[in-house]
Write a new protein. Sequence first.
Length: 154
Amino acid sequence: MVLGISVVTTTWNEKENIKELILRIRSTLKDTPHEIIVVDDSSADGTLGVAKQFADVAVGKVREGQTKGLLYGMKYAKFPVIVTIDSDLENSPEFMPALVKKLDEFDVVNASRMVVPRFSERWAAKTLGKMVGVSDFYSNFRAFKKEIIPKFNL
């Protein structure tokens, strides 16, 4: 049984997507205690303002990229499960329950897109991903047991 989920996403000029993403997450997790944390990476289009209307936590920071933004957002997480998701709607929030269920078996679960949209990501999947056994090398749609985050040396 999941005691609660902290969903973390980073944004950079995602004003057109962030409301839909948050509403879909809320709908998917309506029966589970949850919070939504948005870390805005210095968007110029007003993304942070929209995020502040719909997210539980919405903070802006200096642009440092998606990975640092996700790590920054995890610091705000109050629940024992953390899910990270892209803000551009390439990941379906509706798959969160299945992703989180896998935490019964693993400490970290990484989802993989069926269609990898960008050439650079497809190339990485065929080369680097093949070496480490990952089909979607750049997927940020993950579930973590919060307790293991401090063990990462990132």
